[in-house]
Design a protein around this ligand. Structure first.
Ligand SMILES: [Zn+2]
Length: 176
């Protein structure tokens, strides 16, 4: 994801919304298998200090070439977030973000990598990734692409459309 790209114009407001808007954060998590702890705290500050890279935004540039598994090799999580519930249980969400004009390659490798990477990092997180005990996957995409993306969407447990965000959280949807 390049700075200033169309993808970034969608990703930044979503990342900000996760930090600043508790209702939005809860709404997103309620669509995941962590719905029971959808009021969990986002550990963006801990992620940032663990990573020790003051210039990188807390949520992006998450990849590793230190692991050669199919989930990690040559792949990146667009928006990565670690949460903690009231008992101290930490879980991560790996989100893919497909801006409305983007598409998946037909080989399916990118989408398939997400659950593999989520599992890989749960057991042995790369050095710059805050350790966590469980993880899942999600995707932010445009409703207009649902049919086209159909074969890829199953790899993402949590599915959120930009249109839903625009409708439910217009203040978060700063890309409009
Ligand atoms: Zn791996």
């Amino acid at each position: 994801m390049k700075y200033g790209s169309v993808e970034y114009q969608y990703a930044l407001p979503i990342a900000r919304g996760l930090v600043e808007n508790a209702a939005f954060r809860c709404w997103v998590l309620s669509k995941s298998r962590f719905a029971k702890v959808s009021d969990a705290d986002l550990l963006h500050k801990e992620m940032r200090s663990h990573r020790r890279n003051p210039t990188a935004e807390w949520w992006r540039f998450y990849f590793t070439e230190g692991c050669r598994c199919l989930g990690c090799s040559g792949k990146e999580t667009d928006i990565f977030a670690v949460f903690e519930d009231a008992t101290g249980f930490r879980f991560a969400m790996h989100f893919e973000l497909k801006q409305p004009k983007d598409k998946f390659k037909a080989d399916g490798v990118q989408a398939r990598g997400y659950p593999l990477r989520a599992k890989c990092w749960t057991g042995k997180p790369p050095p710059k990734v805050l350790p966590h005990q469980d993880a899942s996957t999600g995707i932010f995409f445009s409703e207009t692409r649902r049919t086209e993306y159909a074969q890829h969407l199953d790899h993402f447990e949590t599915k959120v459309t930009f249109e839903d965000i625009e409708r439910e959280f217009p203040l978060v949807a700063a890309w409009r």
